[in-house]
Design a binder for this molecule. Structure first.
Ligand SMILES: Cc1ncc(COP(=O)(O)O)c(C=O)c1O
Length: 370
């Protein structure tokens, strides 16, 4: 189906940067710079500067950023790691693949980890917390870091959806032992295939994850230090991401403008909750613009009929995927969100007219005039 307002427009996105990207890709191919070359190092240096950390390590996914961070931090069998249930399953799988036990807690009204639920979940086996900065908004990092320090827990940030987001002027991915980013094509900074990165100020985490991403091998000496993985960020993807990174501040501003248009157009609709949460310390980058409504499924179908593509993140709580064997939880906010949330289109290609049309359709659905 062709949408009048698609959720994302990767073709248009490419065409807007075509000259620069074509030149970059051709250059990488012509030089034969395919694996761990200058383009990767440049991107890592620029990403670290952007996030405000000493190191960034390019990987092939956000999942691997999470997994390698946990592994390098020494998380292993028998340990417990606290995170939220309202996240993409990769956050939880990364914990499971270290042999550790994910302890899932509920979220707050802003869809992020509920700070008052952390302490009751801590046991003698707890080693780390993974706050997930969802939809482009950071968790309350003052409170989270205070709790982590009090109980001597490591913090690994899942910042897959929040590159460029800030809390109290400090960027996502720069608070904890490591920050984990996804460069999946539809993320704020997306490649032309899978990609991810890990940021850290810790030289040992940087060293270990750099080795782990290529089979534990020290490329200088040929020595294998760990049983590692093959999860490098491809050089060509790194080169493309480096080009795109220069545009990121402008793209973030555009996302915030779109959010403001939705806010202006929808804030009087009583049946809707909009993601303009309170808190002066937050700088949100709107990876997703998530509205909340009791009539979510009807609105989804209505918008589809009218040519507007929306997505649902996520339709059922992760523990209801019984094959994942995550145990039985009852987390009321997570359960309600699964029934009520709807992500509206936000991307750098969408025009003001398309946003106005989406607003008009939502207003019509609820019987509000323009
Ligand atoms: C919150 C969150 N965590 C982790 C990931 C995993 O990232 P990737 O798809 O690059 O493995 C994603 C990606 O969708 C995500 O949204």
């Amino acid at each position: 189906m062709t949408y009048r307002v698609p959720f994302v427009e990767p073709g248009k996105h490419y065409l807007n940067l075509k000259d620069k990207i074509d030149t970059t890709i051709t250059d990488v191919f012509a030089k034969g710079d395919l694996v761990m070359r200058k383009q990767l190092r440049d991107f890592e240096e620029h990403l670290a500067t952007f996030v405000g950390t000493k190191y960034a390590i390019g990987l092939n996914s956000g999942y691997h950023a999470l997994h390698l961070s946990l592994f390098a931090a020494g998380i292993s069998s028998g340990d417990e790691v606290i995170t939220v249930a309202h996240t993409f399953v990769a956050t939880i799988s990364a914990i499971v693949h270290c042999g550790a036990v994910p302890v899932l807690i509920d979220v707050d009204k802003d869809y992020n980890m509920a700070m008052d639920k952390i302490e009751p979940a801590i046991t003698s086996k707890t080693k780390a917390i993974i706050p997930v900065h969802l939809n482009g908004r950071l968790c309350n990092m003052d409170k989270l870091m205070t709790i982590a320090e009090k109980y001597n827990l490591m913090v690994i940030e899942d910042a897959a959806q929040s590159l460029g987001g800030k809390y109290n002027g400090k960027s996502a991915g720069s608070f904890g032992l490591a920050g984990c980013f996804s460069h999946y094509p539809f993320k704020i900074l997306g490649g032309f295939g899978d990609g991810g990165a890990l940021t850290t100020n810790d030289p040992e985490i940087a060293r270990k994850t750099t080795l782990l991403r290529y089979n534990g091998e020290d490329r200088e000496t040929g020595e294998y230090h760990y049983h590692g993985y093959t999860c490098l960020l491809d050089n060509v993807q790194a080169a493309v991401l480096d080009v795109k990174l220069k545009h990121l501040p402008r793209w973030i501003e555009r996302r915030r403008e779109i959010a403001e248009l939705y806010h202006q157009g929808l804030s009087d609709i009583m049946e809707l909750s909009l993601p303009h949460f309170e808190g002066e310390k937050y700088f949100d980058v709107y990876q997703n613009y998530v509205i909340r409504t009791k009539k979510r499924d009807e609105l989804f179908s209505y918008l589809k009929e009218h040519g507007i593509e929306t997505l649902i993140h996520w339709k059922k709580p992760v523990w209801e995927h019984t094959r994942l064997e995550l145990g039985q939880y009852h987390l009321p906010e997570t359960e309600s969100l699964c029934k009520e949330v709807l992500s509206l289109p936000v991307n750098t290609e969408i025009t003001d007219n398309q946003v106005s049309y989406a607003i008009e359709c939502i207003r019509n659905f609820y019987g509000y005039s323009l």
